[in-house]
Design a protein around this ligand. Structure first.
Ligand code: PMV
Length: 485
């Protein structure tokens, strides 16, 4: 059984919330998953590759088997997270909540959401020593919440769609250290710091009203005021200020840091017609645009992967991982952020990076590959020698060599040919084309490639003209770009 819990972003009220004032938090649609498989071997096996600190998972297992009296005869717990440690999306809270919920669901413990929140908050607090628990509340309840420390108030806020833009500073911040630094400051200057917290609390209540009435312009102004207080508190940073200023210059209604500060993410509110400009401004100022939607669902049981994907049109039976993160760029190939394969392949306004390789043999013939029937796009059609997507953190050249190895089972020196953009009804790609020479032997990967064949360029022109070789749109465009067709 797989359980998923959402990440979170603080919209208003960070820091003040630690001292009993309210805040507004929203769950984001980037989800951490925890899967439990009973093994019957009496052992507990944990596979949590992205989780740096296993104390949260250990704490959840100890609590469930102790306080909740869960009996088991061995299980394997695997967690996966698209945001582990990155962005400040609250991976510690999400992994605690998802693990507890998974244990309760698999071993039939009757735990309601409030009990789940209290248990997860206790675990997180016992490990971190400090924290309001807003991140735990977001992971459990999801949506957008008006929240008071420790869960004294947890009130869903029917805020509608939030026009949120998120920029990552690429600087990881240490929440516990920053919260402790603020605590020190409060000891030294109690009046000044409490005045700041009272100011923030007023903003939170005004923001609640504006959000409920859908007045995003005013809510944006309130973000600006909140940011002024946070700057006074000493938790902003040059990088945060640069991204915030860039977003504002590009027309955002307002912007602020989100979370503990000193790094992690900034957020902005922007009208739909300004969104693209604001995203580009954040990217140009050195930030990474994080494409997430607010108001995501709280912890939930996910349908089995196959069933889930089979339900989605066009994805049934595909061997391509629909959650893989691709690199989204503007028309000049500047990185704007990252989106999943699924998102990139159903929205032509999202340009994402791909690479292609033209592999010639010693006689100058060009190798083409027939795409396997399990590919999610254009199955069974003939494409260029090797091609694929650039994934997060990968250079074009690395991606080109990887595709060569994966699809054809070879690796040879490659030279860069050119970059261009291809567009069709379903998607837009920024292709980077490379070429190389090899006579093989090739070992095509059966799940990707069903056949390979060398063609004389002249023969290719004839086949293309008579339409007797069914080629992918990208292959046709590539051949035009390099003058083969
Ligand atoms: O850094 P984050 O995203 O975990 O947010 C911390 C928010 C604080 O208000 C500073 C602390 C808290 O626990 O509420």
């Amino acid at each position: 059984m797989t359980i998923s819990a959402p990440g979170k972003l603080m919209l208003f009220g960070e820091h003040a919330v630690v001292y009993g004032y309210p805040c507004i938090t929203t769950a984001v649609d980037s989800r951490l998953t925890a899967t439990i498989e009973p093994t019957g071997d009496g052992k507990v096996t944990i596979d949590a590759p992205g989780v740096k600190d296993t104390r949260f998972v250990d704490g959840a297992i100890t609590l469930a088997t102790g306080e909740w009296h869960i009996h088991h005869n061995g299980f394997r717990l695997s967690t996966r997270s698209p945001f582990s440690g990155c962005y400040g999306f609250g991976s510690s809270s999400a992994v605690t909540v998802a693990t507890l919920k998974a244990l309760a669901s698999v071993f039939h413990a009757d735990i309601d959401e409030r009990k789940l929140f209290d248990a997860a908050y206790n675990i997180v607090l016992s490990i971190q020593g400090i924290g309001s628990g807003f991140d735990v509340a977001s992971a459990v309840f999801g949506k957008t919440l008006y929240f008071v420390a420790g869960g004294k108030v947890i009130e869903p806020l029917a805020a509608g769609e939030i026009p949120l833009v998120v920029g990552y500073t690429k600087v990881k911040s240490n929440t516990v250290e920053i919260v402790n630094m603020v605590a020190e400051k409060r000891k030294k200057y109690p009046e000044k710091v409490d005045r700041i917290f009272q100011g923030i609390a007023k903003i939170v209540d005004q923001a609640k009203e504006k959000m409920l009435s859908g007045d995003w312009e005013r809510a944006g102004r309130l973000m600006d005021f909140d940011q002024e207080y946070l700057r006074d508190l000493g938790v902003s940073s040059e990088k945060l200020e640069a991204l915030i200023a860039a977003a504002k210059r590009a027309g955002a209604w307002g912007a602020k840091l989100s979370g503990a500060g000193c790094g992690d993410c900034m957020i902005a509110l922007a009208s739909p017609d300004k969104r693209k400009a604001v995203e580009e401004a954040i990217a140009h100022a050195g930030g990474e645009v994080v494409c997430v939607k607010a108001n995501a669902q709280g912890v939930r049981i996910d349908p089995p992967a196959r069933l889930d994907s089979a339900k989605r049109a066009g994805e049934a039976g595909t061997t391509d991982d629909q959650d893989e993160l691709f690199v989204v760029v503007d028309r000049n190939d500047n990185i704007l952020g990252y989106k999943t394969r699924r998102e990139c392949h159903h929205d032509p306004s999202v340009i994402h990076r791909t690479v292609g390789v033209l592999m010639y043999d010693a006689k100058g013939r060009l190798l083409l590959q027939k795409r396997s029937m399990t590919k999610d796009m254009e199955p069974g059609l003939w494409g260029i020698s090797a091609a694929g997507h650039v994934t997060r953190g990968q250079s074009d050249e690395e991606a080109a060599h990887r595709e060569l190895k994966e699809e054809l089972g070879i690796d040879v020196p490659l030279t860069f040919v050119k970059k261009f953009i291809t567009v069709n009804d379903q998607e837009s790609e920024r292709a980077a084309l490379y070429q190389g020479v090899s006579d093989g032997p090739f070992r095509p990967e059966a799940s990707e490639v069903s056949d390979i064949k060398f063609f004389e360029p002249r023969q290719l022109r004839l086949l293309a003209a008579s339409k007797s070789l069914k080629m992918t749109k990208a292959a046709e465009q590539t051949f035009h770009e390099v003058g083969i067709l």
